[in-house]
Ligand binder design. Structure first.
Ligand SMILES: [Zn+2]
Length: 358
């Protein structure tokens, strides 16, 4: 017999449509009437103003918490205590990936259900069963924590998402595009049974994501509200289909050179890379990943041009880090360690990949 696999795919309930945040109250009363609602500086007041009236009508009481520090294990622990002391029935996370990740850990520790309200397409974290955590001290990368089970409910409000900054669209689109080159990660064959069923499922889904977003990504970036069907479909891809790819890939199997660059940047250069978004660093990492994979020049150019048209960073320096020998060495060593790159040929391909971003 093979080992037991524990799959956590999708969310228990995934609500998508215009003005769906108006259904937040209804979703909450499935579990109780008191919530701990955590959100970002701008997103929390925005959501609060939209739902407060309905909460009052339904008798829902809320403890509002503005997230003002990195999502650390320590922070999750303090929020867990607050949730228990206040005797809340459900945790609600509003905003971006860091808040979602923080609340996933809080929800598990406090043993309370979790509703997420992602406010942009720049986060598959709203529905994925894993949290990337940072240190309390300086916000550098700390660890990743698997969630016990799927998120209980995701509310994707297309009115809110459609009005989010375009920079977040670019970031989210590239983070999802990264799945395909990272899952391939230099392999020659991805067909079944050459790779196992999990890998193959992740591959097939990520191929669809890649094709869809390279075809329509720019159009949605240029005017998110113009085509509502496209807005819905890109939101579905980024918020749930991408998280399914994670669900099928066990552990860190889906992350390779591109996310290795991301982790390395947040570990060694948290201050320098502070202004770069997750998906922006990953995007630069995709350029590396494609060189590492020996992808065709034509395909590479397609991604490069797309990033350029979306005003995205293209080089290490654009992310705030000087490409000195010392800095490159740090990032390279870390990437090798993270991705178990030990073969001579692979190391050479990784070195070549770094040349693409200096
Ligand atoms: Zn990512």
């Amino acid at each position: 017999m093979s080992e037991t696999a524990v799959l956590k795919i999708g969310a228990s309930r995934f609500l998508i449509g215009e003005e769906t945040v108006n259904l937040l109250g209804e979703e909450i009363i499935r579990y109780g009437s008191k919530i701990l609602c955590v959100g970002g500086k701008t997103t929390l007041p925005m959501i609060r103003s939209k739902v407060e009236g309905d909460f009052k009508d339904k008798g829902i009481r809320a403890v509002w918490v503005t997230m003002e520090e990195p999502n650390s294990v320590d922070y999750a622990e303090r929020l867990k205590q607050a949730a228990q002391e206040q005797d809340v029935d459900v945790i609600v996370a509003v905003g971006g990936g860091k808040c979602m990740d923080l609340c996933k850990v809080t929800s598990d520790r406090a043993k309370k259900p979790l509703i997420t309200v992602p406010t942009s397409v720049a986060t598959c974290a709203g529905a994925s069963a894993v949290s990337i955590m940072y240190t309390k001290e300086n916000g550098s990368y700390d660890c990743s924590i698997p969630k016990e089970k799927e998120v209980d409910c995701v509310i994707a409000d297309l009115t809110i998402i459609g009005e989010s900054p375009r920079r977040l669209f670019a970031s989210g689109i590239m983070d999802s595009i990264a799945k395909l080159p990272e899952i391939v990660n230099g392999r020659e064959k991805m067909s079944y049974p050459e790779v196992n069923i999990y890998k193959h499922m992740a591959y097939i889904n990520s191929q669809f994501i890649y094709e869809f977003l390279t075809r329509y990504g720019l159009e949605i970036y240029e005017n998110p509200m113009k085509n509502k069907t496209l807005l819905r479909d890109v939101t579905l891809i980024n918020l749930i289909i991408t998280s399914m790819v994670s669900g099928f890939s066990s552990g860190s199997d889906q992350l390779a050179v591109a996310h290795g660059l991301y982790d390395g940047m947040r570990k060694f250069f948290p201050v320098e890379s502070k202004n770069a978004l997750h998906g922006e660093i990953v995007a630069v990492g995709i350029l590396m990943q494609m060189v590492f994979n020996n992808d065709s020049g034509e395909e590479y150019k397609k991604i490069y041009e797309m990033m350029k048209k979306m005003n995205m960073p293209l080089k290490l320096i654009d992310l705030g880090v000087e490409p000195t020998q010392e800095n490159l060495e740090k990032l390279k060593e870390y990437n090798m360690m993270k991705n178990s790159i030990t073969e001579k040929g692979e190391i050479e391909r990784l070195e070549k990949a770094f040349l693409a971003i200096v």
